[in-house]
Design a protein around this ligand. Structure first.
Ligand code: AMP
Length: 176
């Protein structure tokens, strides 16, 4: 991927201070999504990292992970699995609780979403503390999947989220 494309993507991410609460700088990716060429470029960035690997399914994290993950799965011609916040999936689920900055949250996966030993790539827009992705990794393993890589458009490196995902390889393209 040309450096220029990554610079363009980086310049298009919008910083929104104090959202959703004071002190947080929210990295808003909607300016990328609304631009056809940049949205396509962002998917290409993910695809370059995935091509040539034997991947059975993409798992995308609720909700922005669906936007990138489903487009990547479509382009690769493989299945997409949504990992959702508690209470949204209609069938039987496995669930994992994890800590947020304040309080706790819970993510769920359908018990039949992944076959045993299927090779899974996890996709989300942004890696922050890693709590969400670590619970995703736990759930993927719980239902029998083999998580081979986690890929994020953006990584807030100062939060050291990739440590929580060890030993899963982590890739990100726009680092802050
Ligand atoms: P974490 O569990 O701390 O790694 O948080 C990751 C999840 O929260 C991802 O699904 C992100 O979309 C979202 N998130 C966390 N921090 C930010 C931020 N500063 N800007 C945008 N999204 C964020």
């Amino acid at each position: 991927m040309p450096e220029e494309t990554l610079s363009q993507l980086r310049a298009t991410v919008r910083d929104v201070p104090d959202f959703p609460k004071p002190g947080i700088i929210f990295k808003d990716i909607t300016p990328i999504l609304k631009d056809g060429a940049l949205f396509r470029a962002s998917i290409e960035v993910f695809l370059q990292q995935c091509r040539g690997k034997k991947i059975d399914k993409i798992v995308g994290i609720d909700a922005r992970g669906f936007l990138f993950g489903s487009a990547v799965a479509y382009a690769l011609g493989i299945g997409f699995v949504p990992l959702r916040k508690k209470g949204r999936l209609p069938y039987r689920t496995e669930s994992a609780r994890y800590s947020l900055e304040y309080g706790e949250a819970e993510m769920e996966l359908h018990i039949d979403a992944i076959e045993r030993r299927e090779k899974i790539v996890l996709i989300d827009d942004l890696l922050a503390t890693g709590g969400t992705s670590a619970s995703a990794a736990t759930l993927i393993k719980k239902v029998g999947g083999d998580l081979i890589e986690a890929i994020f458009l953006i990584e807030l490196e100062f939060l050291h989220g990739r440590k929580k995902l060890e030993p899963t390889p982590v890739t990100s393209f726009l680092k802050y």
